[in-house]
Design a protein around this ligand. Sequence first.
Ligand code: ZN
Length: 255
Amino acid sequence: MNNNENAARRQIVEIGRRMYDKGYVAASEGNISVRLDKNHVLTTPTGCSKGFLEASELTVVRLNGEIISGRKPSTELPLHLFIYQNRCDVNSVVHAHPPYATGFATAGIALDRCALAEIIVTLGSIPLARYGAPSTDELPRSLEPHIAKSDAFLLANHGVVTVGVDLKDAYFTMERVEHAAHIIFVARALGGEKSLPQKDVEKLYDLRKSYGIDEKHQTPCNQEASCNCKQTLTETEFEATVQAVIEAVRKRLYT
Ligand SMILES: [Zn+2]
């Protein structure tokens, strides 16, 4: 076991405790994984509370799902592997059931209105993936239309999955999603959130671009044959994608 794997084990234990303490998961719900190298992933075992994890209990698997060491992995492992296979820029995946965001997912409501400046800049919109039965390939398949465009996804009638360049990044995205869902819930109790005007949304998307947030979605593929990543866009394709996002935002605001 190298230093990189040791650090990843400690970090999964730490983040698992935080998720449990914050009420993002109950009992043995949720799962966490970290990409160790181009073909190995460290992940949480099945049936195990994230609040009481031990570093030695974690499981190492290959990107094809083969178990290398540790206990039987979470039944949601295919969801994690699907993401790693399709997003070269992602090195960690977090899945949880935080109550506000999961409430929106259960009510069938995406968090995609342009109302919170912070969320527009950091996450863009948070799509709602159609329902897929847990522990089946329906769940990874439900992410297919959204996987390249966002770092956070609501899973209909289920929960939330977030991704990041590392575990802290994926976890903070989970916090952001739940915090935003809580705020929108309060705003709706007070009469409903007010969407920002188009010109302000465009400025926020420019800001997002200047932070390089969109560019990370087009990191050149370095995972060779194991990767299905389709994000090696040309500059023209990238510009067209950005325009499509702005167009979608406009539509959302004015139709
Ligand atoms: Zn779940």
